[in-house]
Design a protein around this ligand. Structure first.
Ligand code: ZN
Length: 166
C-alpha cells in the first residue's frame, strides 16, 4: 500500500492540463494502485484524479460504492451527455468547501482500462457527476469554478455527515 500526498487548492499543478497516457507502463499501473490506496485512505473519497497527487496524466478512478466498485479510466473521453442535475460536491483537493454544481445526469464515457482495452461506460446520477468532476481535473478545472450560484460554502472538517469528496 502506498499513499501519495494530495495536492491542495492553491497549488498551480491543479490548474494544469494533463497529458494523455501513450503507453501503459508499470509506472501507470502503480499510479492507479496508489490512487486507489490514497482515495480509500481518505475515507470519504469517491473519486480521485492523477493531478490531485501531482501527476499530470489523463488518469482517474471512481468508486461511488455501487455495484461497479472501483472503475479505472485512462485517457477518458466523455462522448455523450444529456440532462441536468444540480447537487453539492466536495473535493479531496479542496478541503472544507462545498458548492452546488450543475452536471449532466447521463453520460457515455470512453476510456482505456489498465490492460489497454477500450471500454464505453454509460453512467447516470452520482456516477455521472463523479466522472464529470474527475474528468474536469484533467483539464485543470475545479468544481468550485462551476458553482451554480457563484457561492462556495465552508463545511466543518471533522463533522460526521457523509459529504462525499472527489
Ligand atoms: Zn476533485
Amino acid at each position: 500500500m502506498a499513499l501519495r500526498n494530495l495536492v491542495i487548492e492553491g497549488d498551480p499543478l491543479l490548474r494544469k492540463k494533463s497529458r494523455p497516457v501513450d503507453e501503459i507502463t508499470p509506472r501507470i499501473i502503480k499510479l492507479l494502485d496508489d490512487l486507489a490506496d490514497t482515495m480509500y485512505y481518505e475515507n470519504r473519497g469517491i473519486g480521485i484524479a492523477a493531478p490531485q497527487v501531482g501527476v499530470l496524466r489523463r488518469v482517474f478512478i471512481v468508486d461511488i460504492g455501487d455495484d461497479h466498485g472501483k472503475i479505472e479510466f485512462i485517457n477518458p473521453e466523455i462522448i455523450e451527455m444529456s440532462g441536468s442535475q444540480v447537487g453539492s460536491e466536495g473535493c479531496l483537493s479542496v478541503p472544507g468547501k462545498t458548492c452546488e454544481v450543475d452536471r449532466p445526469d447521463h453520460i457515455k464515457v470512453k476510456a482505456l482500462d489498465r490492460d489497454g482495452n477500450e471500454f464505453v461506460l454509460e453512467a447516470d446520477d452520482l456516477l455521472a457527476r463523479c466522472i464529470c468532476h474527475e474528468n474536469d481535473h484533467l483539464d485543470g478545472i475545479l468544481f468550485i469554478d462551476k458553482s451554480v450560484d457563484g457561492k462556495v460554502y465552508r463545511v466543518e472538517e471533522d463533522d460526521d455527515d457523509d459529504e462525499e469528496e472527489e
